[in-house]
Ligand binder design. Structure first.
Ligand code: IFM
Length: 445
């Protein structure tokens, strides 16, 4: 497939629908000498933490090449660019602003606005300053207040030139992958750790939302959650019950507190010592009205009854067909997710803040004919169209990612970009998926 095609009367083709692309600071920036160390710098030093033993020292060298990257965004014709601010680049150890770091984002934001590209900023995309980790990181309640200070300082500096602020990207990944199973930075393990980290991140979200309302009332404010819809491996009662526990533990654990100020019932299945350290007033702080909910979607998973004592469920490996990172391609799960969230919650407008695929790309004669990635985008955008037709308010879609970049524990081997990056030369090459995305964007009236 070499094009992305939506029905001609699709609401996604109205100019009001935002098409964009997304990146994050650690994954693209490089230039680590001009910022504080973050937990990912440290994690990359651990033997075997990263599949190809790389790190973020150079990444896409975006700090030096941002103008070239901006020109690519302009060429694609996107309405918006979603990127994250590196907390360790803009706040010094004493909690005050690093003016050089702020200047970088300030210039980028002005340049985006000049070109009519809306800046969508994520305040935390996993790069916690290492000095805060050394005090306990997200296991330490005070980190939520350090985040509040960071949000206060950076929003005073950047102000309402930013169209949209998201407090966090994928709290699940920071808390569960980083503090519960240890496959992401900072590499800690244990259920109590995971639940504690999640709670402090959610608290930080609530504190951050209050600051956003005060400092930048005319910018949009919200959060980005990732969802991996859970499907039962069979229709047995035991598998169905385990699947619902998995959904509560993986997905609703973040959604329900943010939307309704309560943890899901699965919390009662945890021993007391593994439950999050909720203090009076925390749940009210976490549950702030949102201007938007960002949804990141890539795949689904299957579950059955637990096979070990103390486990809540058993997670199966991905079924085929899969992308190069091994995740099942199943667009219907995105449709079902959007419909089920819309039925269950009173939702603000949704942005699909990430969706995309790592594929085995081949650069040959200056071209990457990634028709498999185009098919992925096509099928997922078409289910978003279906959900909108069926009453879900989706306001925009961001392709993950603009550039091939540092894919966390996978290093540089898994490529998600619309744009191919040669990490030796830093040459950027638009893949055929970028051309298809551009054609879709330009086909609007
Ligand atoms: O690359 C990541 C991104 O940082 C967060 N969401 C998922 C992407 C693909 O794994």
């Amino acid at each position: 497939m070499n094009s992305i095609t939506l029905p001609t009367d699709s609401p996604l083709l109205s100019r009001a629908f935002v098409f964009g692309s997304a990146t994050s600071s650690f994954q693209i920036e490089g230039d680590i000498d001009n910022r504080l160390e973050c937990i990912w710098d440290k994690f990359c030093e651990q033997p075997n933490a990263i599949a190809d033993h790389t790190n973020g020292a150079v990444a896409c060298d975006h700090i030096n090449r941002w103008q070239e990257d901006l020109a690519i965004l302009e060429d694609l014709g996107v309405d918006a660019y979603r990127f994250s601010i590196s907390w360790p680049r803009v706040i010094n150890e004493d909690g005050e602003l690093n003016t050089k770091g702020v200047q970088f984002y300030s210039t980028l934001i002005d340049a985006l606005n000049e070109k009519g590209i809306k800046p969508f900023v994520t305040l935390y995309h996993w790069d916690l300053p290492q000095h805060l980790e050394e005090k306990g990181g997200w296991l330490y309640r005070q980190t939520a207040y350090a985040f509040e200070n960071y949000v206060d300082k950076i929003t005073r500096a950047l102000g309402e030139r930013v169209f949209s602020y998201a407090t966090f990207n994928e709290p699940f990944c920071s808390a569960y992958l980083g503090y519960e199973i240890g496959v992401h930075a900072p590499g800690r393990v244990g259920r109590a750790n995971g639940r504690t980290a999640a709670h402090h991140i959610l608290l930080a979200h609530g504190l951050g939302m209050r600051v956003l309302r005060k400092n930048v009332p005319n910018s949009e404010a919200g959060i980005v959650l990732n969802f991996t819809p859970c499907y039962p491996n069979s229709n047995s009662d035991a598998d169905l019950a385990a699947t619902s526990r998995a959904d509560e533990y993986i997905n609703q654990w973040y959604m329900q507190p943010v939307m309704e100020g309560a943890y899901p019932d699965v919390i009662n299945a945890l021993p007391k010592e593994d439950r999050p350290p909720v203090e009076d007033g925390d749940m009210e702080t976490i549950c702030q009205p949102l201007d938007f909910l960002g949804i990141n979607f890539y795949t689904r998973l299957h579950y059955s009854a637990p096979r070990e004592r103390d486990a809540l469920f058993f997670e199966h490996s991905h079924r085929g067909p899969t992308t190069d990172i091994g995740w099942e391609i199943y667009p219907k799960a995105l449709y079902e997710l959007l419909m089920s969230l819309n039925n269950r919650y009173s939702l603000p407008p949704i942005f699909i803040t990430e969706n995309g695929a790592a594929m085995k790309d081949e650069l040959a004669q200056g071209e990457v004919k990634d028709y498999d990635r185009i098919a992925y985008y096509n099928s997922h955008l078409n289910v978003v169209h279906e959900a909108v037709k069926n009453g879900v308010e989706v306001s925009g879609y961001f392709a993950w990612s603009l550039l091939d970049n540092f894919e966390w524990a996978e290093g540089y081997e898994k490529r998600f970009g619309l744009v191919h990056v040669d990490f030796e030369t830093q040459k950027r090459t638009l893949k055929h998926s970028a051309l298809a995305y551009k054609a879709l964007i330009n086909s609007r009236n």
